[in-house]
Design a protein around this ligand. Structure first.
Ligand SMILES: [Zn+2]
Length: 215
């Protein structure tokens, strides 16, 4: 049986009507697909909860953080990750959702600046489209907020897409890392801060970046 994606069920749970698609999904549920019913049930609860908290639509990054943990469930449960702790970093700043100051729009809308935090660890990151191509560059630095002038060097960084490793490296001596990215959706970065501690950074989907560039 063909199932529907998590994204489709999230939209469904949020009540976004996609006409024929919505009808198809309803029929699919009526046929009794346990897997999709369970996915929808999970997302209904999350969306309801978020709505109660804010009395408005849940912020996109909150949904993304939950979605990340959902997508990475398999990674977290894998044998080689037994005993390891995964933390999803919180998004503290996103230039794409800040009010735009008149006059700085030009460059500000092309480069997306993001700041994440988990414990005392900060990840300062920039998403930058490569001109004339669909790809972009992810550049960042891992910092300790207790010693903000020191980057954290030599820690493993992995770029994942839906839980599969696309590429891996280590931060340089000042804590910097960079990745070239072609498929800009469903990406996560995982930092191995200690043997047992991993910090997961959900990368915002590229759609928003492309949207921003066009804007
Ligand atoms: Zn299904």
């Amino acid at each position: 049986m063909e199932h529907f994606s998590i994204d489709e069920w999230i939209d469904f749970a949020r009540g976004i009507d996609k006409k024929e698609k919505t009808i198809e999904m309803r029929t699919h549920l009526d046929r009794g697909c346990a897997r999709c019913s369970k996915t929808l049930e999970t997302w209904r609860q999350i969306v309801d909860f978020a709505n109660q908290q804010k009395n408005c639509e849940p912020p996109a990054y909150a949904l993304q953080a939950v979605k990340t943990s959902f997508v990475l469930q398999k990674t977290f449960a894998a044998k080689e990750n037994k005993g390891k702790k995964f933390e999803i970093a919180r998004l503290l700043f996103d230039s794409a959702i800040q009010p735009v100051t008149v006059g700085v729009r030009g460059t500000a809308s092309v480069v997306r600046q993001l700041l994440y935090r988990s414990g005392t660890l900060c990840i300062d990151m920039r998403m930058q489209p490569k001109p004339g191509s669909e790809s972009m560059v992810l550049i960042g630095q891992v910092l300790d907020s207790v010693k903000p002038d020191h980057g954290i060097g030599g820690i493993p960084v992995r770029l994942l897409c839906k839980g599969d490793t696309l590429s891996q490296s280590r931060t340089n001596e000042v804590g910097e890392f960079d990745f070239g990215v072609t498929a800009a959706d469903h990406l996560q970065l995982v930092f191995g801060v200690a043997d047992t501690r991993n910090i997961v950074v959900p990368v915002p989907d590229g759609e928003s970046i492309r949207g921003m560039v066009e804007a």
